[in-house]
Design a protein around this ligand. Structure first.
Ligand code: C2E
Ligand code: MG
Ligand code: MG
Ligand code: MG
Length: 282
C-alpha cells in the first residue's frame, strides 16, 4: 500500500513536472517571437542623487505584454530567456530601445539598463554596445549598465575584460542587488564598478531588523571609502527615507520616489526645459 502511494505520488510529481516543462517551452517559444511582434515594452523608474537628491536618471525595466496571458513579470521570463538564449535578442532590443529613448530627452539624465550574464559573455557584447551608442547618438557617460554578481562567476577573467572595455567607452557600471549574491568584497575591488545598488530586502527590514540597518550603514560607508556611489533600492516608506536622510544618503530608488511607468509619465523631468524656458512657455 505504501508502495502504491509512493508510486502515485511519483506519478503526480512526474505529471506536474511535465506540465512545468511544457509551460516553459511554450513561453520560450512565444518569447522568441515577442520582439518581432512588438510585445516588449520598457517602463522607467526614477533614481535620485546628487547633493540635492533630485531625479538624476531612470532605470529601464522590461515588460512583456503576452497576447493571451497579459503582462508577464521579468522575474518569470528573464530566467527562461537566459536559459534558452533568447535573452541575446531581447537584451539587444532593451539596450537599443533604452538608449534611443534617453537620447531624445532634453535633459541629460542617466539611463540604467539591466544586462544579463549571458549578454556579458556573448562574444559581440562590446561591439554591440559601440554600435548602439553610435546609432542612437547617446553620450556613453549617460548610460549605466546594471549587472548582478552572478554575471561575474561564470568566467571572471572574461567578465573583467568585457567590463574594462565597457568602462573604456565611458559607460558606467553598477552592481545590482548587492547583498543577495556572493557579495564577495573582492569583486568590488577587482571589477570596475562605479556604483553599488543595495538590494531592496535590506531597506525593507531596517525598522524590524538591527542587522539590516547595520548592513545598510556599512555599505554606505564602504562605497564612500571605495569612492563608489551607493544607491538604495526599494525605498517605500517615509520612515525608510528618514533613516537614509539621517545617513546622508541621497541616492534612492523605490515606490516612494516613483513607481516604474511609461516614460510619458515623466515628461516634465525628461523634457522640461530650463526654468527660463518654462517661464517663456507659461
Ligand atoms: P532589478 O534590476 O533589481 O529591478 C528592481 C525591481 O524592483 C523592479 O522589478 C522594480 O519594479 C522593483 N521595485 C522598485 N522599487 C520598488 C519598491 O519600492 N518596492 C518593491 N516592492 N519593488 C520595487 P521588476 O521590474 O519586476 O524587475 C525584476 C527584475 O527583473 C529586475 O530586478 C531585473 O533583475 C530583471 N529585469 C528587468 N528588466 C530587465 C531587462 O531589461 N533585462 C534583464 N536582463 N533583466 C531585467
Ligand atoms: Mg536593476
Ligand atoms: Mg536590484
Ligand atoms: Mg533583481
Amino acid at each position: 500500500r505504501a508502495k502504491q502511494e509512493g508510486r502515485g505520488t511519483y506519478r503526480f510529481f512526474e505529471a506536474r513536472m511535465g506540465a512545468q516543462v511544457r509551460e516553459r517551452r511554450l513561453l520560450e517559444h512565444d518569447l522568441r517571437m515577442a520582439v518581432d511582434r512588438g510585445e516588449l515594452e520598457l517602463v522607467y523608474q526614477p533614481q535620485t542623487g546628487g547633493e540635492a537628491g533630485a531625479v538624476v536618471g531612470f532605470e529601464a525595466l522590461l515588460r512583456w505584454n503576452h497576447p493571451s496571458r497579459g503582462s508577464i513579470s521579468p522575474s518569470v521570463f528573464i530566467p527562461i530567456a537566459e536559459e534558452s538564449g533568447a535573452i541575446l535578442q531581447v537584451g539587444e532590443w532593451v539596450l537599443r530601445e533604452a538608449c534611443r529613448e534617453a537620447a531624445r530627452w532634453r535633459r541629460p539624465l542617466s539611463i540604467a539598463v539591466n544586462v544579463s550574464a549571458v549578454q556579458i559573455h556573448a562574444p559581440n557584447f562590446l561591439d554591440l554596445l559601440v554600435a548602439i551608442l553610435r546609432e542612437t547618438g547617446l553620450a556613453p557617460s549617460r548610460l549605466e549598465i546594471e549587472i548582478t554578481e552572478t554575471a561575474l562567476i561564470r568566467d571572471p577573467s572574461r567578465a573583467l575584460t568585457v567590463l574594462r572595455g565597457v568602462k573604456e567607452l565611458g559607460v558606467h557600471i553598477a552592481m545590482d542587488d548587492f547583498g543577495t549574491g556572493y557579495s564577495s568584497l573582492s569583486n568590488l575591488r577587482t571589477f570596475p564598478f562605479d556604483k553599488i545598488k543595495i538590494d531592496r530586502s535590506f531597506i525593507s527590514q531596517i525598522e524590524s531588523n538591527h542587522q539590516a540597518a547595520a548592513i545598510v550603514r556599512s555599505v554606505l560607508g564602504l562605497g564612500h571609502g571605495l569612492q563608489m556611489r551607493v544607491i538604495v533600492e526599494g525605498v517605500e516608506t517615509q520612515a525608510e527615507l528618514a533613516f537614509l536622510e539621517a545617513e546622508n544618503c541621497r541616492s534612492l530608488q523605490g515606490y516612494l520616489i516613483g513607481r516604474p511607468a511609461a516614460i510619458e509619465t515623466f515628461s516634465a523631468l525628461t523634457m522640461g526645459g530650463t526654468i527660463a524656458e518654462e517661464r517663456l512657455v507659461a
